[in-house]
Ligand binder design. Structure first.
Ligand SMILES: Cc1cc2nc3c(=O)[nH]c(=O)nc-3n(C[C@H](O)[C@H](O)[C@H](O)COP(=O)(O)O)c2cc1C
Length: 307
């Protein structure tokens, strides 16, 4: 049955969604998610105690994460019922590159959100004060907090990777301000600097979870900001390589979330085998549809049953 749903979705994606310009495809997908209660259909989920994963001390029903993109809490609530062990939201606040309704509006909505699975609150800012404001206000409403220092569409967010000393201070202050464990979300564009400076700085600041990583920066003259983010299968080789190198270099001192280009159960199995604590994806949710999480969970249960 999951195969049939996956094949039908593929037809929908190839015939309609995939032909639309990305912003329209995303808007269309969001409208469908808001309108149709997929989350009430059990086929999209699979609960199995063998999949339980502990991330930063928080118990997740499985190691699959919906990566940060959605800030609409109606969609987040829906997504939380679609097989993911946790979801990252509400996108970000307080900077120019992000289209979202702002802290004042997001806070009450987030406070009202039912946590069907744990919630990762994702924040990004251009200044230390931005991050402190966001974390102080939003961290208590989530189970973990993801500090995005890597989105390429906002210059000052992206540039944190070139300021490891400042970043260490930000993370340390956030560690004191946050009642929840911190995750730092890195850019795959700075592999060498991440290994040499950023991850050690995060460890020094007390951060124990790294999400590797965000979209890759590409130059795109048609965009108003002249740059955009590349996601999807093209970036998977870098995701795998960064995971392997980071695990090798830092051993068990870190928990690692592998993100970038995941759109099949095989890729998830590979990343977990190579040392990922959890795996997250966003583009695969759009290109393969909500059934992908269930297909991944089935494959993971089958693999664990063989052990
Ligand atoms: C349209 C779009 C919006 C995104 N918004 C955010 C965001 O608000 N915060 C964030 O940390 N990452 C954001 N990302 C990055 C994703 O969370 C993810 O790290 C990246 O897309 C790579 O994973 P994927 O190949 O599975 O999509 C966004 C990605 C896309 C494509």
């Amino acid at each position: 049955m999951t195969r049939v749903i996956a094949a039908l979705y593929r037809v929908l994606y190839d015939g309609v969604l995939g032909r639309l310009p990305e912003p329209r495809a995303i808007a269309f997908g969001q409208a469908v998610l808001r309108a149709l209660p997929f989350d009430r259909v059990p086929i999209f989920r699979r609960d199995d105690p063998r999949l339980e994963t502990v991330l930063g001390g928080v118990r997740l029903p499985n190691p699959i994460i919906l990566a940060a993109q959605y800030y609409d809490t109606a969609i987040l609530e829906r997504a939380m019922g679609l097989g993911f062990g946790t979801a990252a939201g509400p996108g970000l606040v307080n900077c120019n590159g992000f289209q979202n309704p702002g802290l004042e509006q997001i806070r009450p909505r987030l406070a009202a959100l039912r946590h069907r699975v744990p919630l990762i609150v994702s924040v990004a800012g251009e200044t230390v004060e931005d991050y402190l404001t966001l974390v102080t206000s939003l961290a208590p409403l989530g189970d973990l907090v993801e500090v995005n220092v890597s989105s390429p569409n906002t210059r000052l967010v992206y540039e944190w990777s070139s300021k490891p000393r400042e970043l260490r201070d930000v993370l340390e202050r956030l560690g004191h301000a946050s009642p929840r464990p911190l995750i730092v979300k890195l850019s795959p564009d700075f592999a060498e600097v991440n290994e040499r400076e950023i991850i050690p700085a995060a460890l020094e600041a007390g951060v124990r979870i790294v999400n590797y990583g965000n979209t890759r920066r590409i130059d795109e003259p048609r965009l108003s900001q002249r740059t955009g983010g590349l996601s999807g299968p093209e970036i998977f080789p870098a995701t795998l390589e960064n995971l392997r190198n980071t695990r090798k270099r830092f051993g068990p001192s870190l928990q690692l979330i592998a993100t970038g280009g995941v759109d099949t159960p095989d890729k998830v199995e590979t990343l977990l085998r190579e040392g990922a604590t959890a795996v997250s994806y966003f583009t695969g949710f759009i290109t393969r549809g909500p059934i992908l999480a269930r297909q991944i969970l089935d494959a993971l249960v089958a693999a664990r049953a063989q052990k």
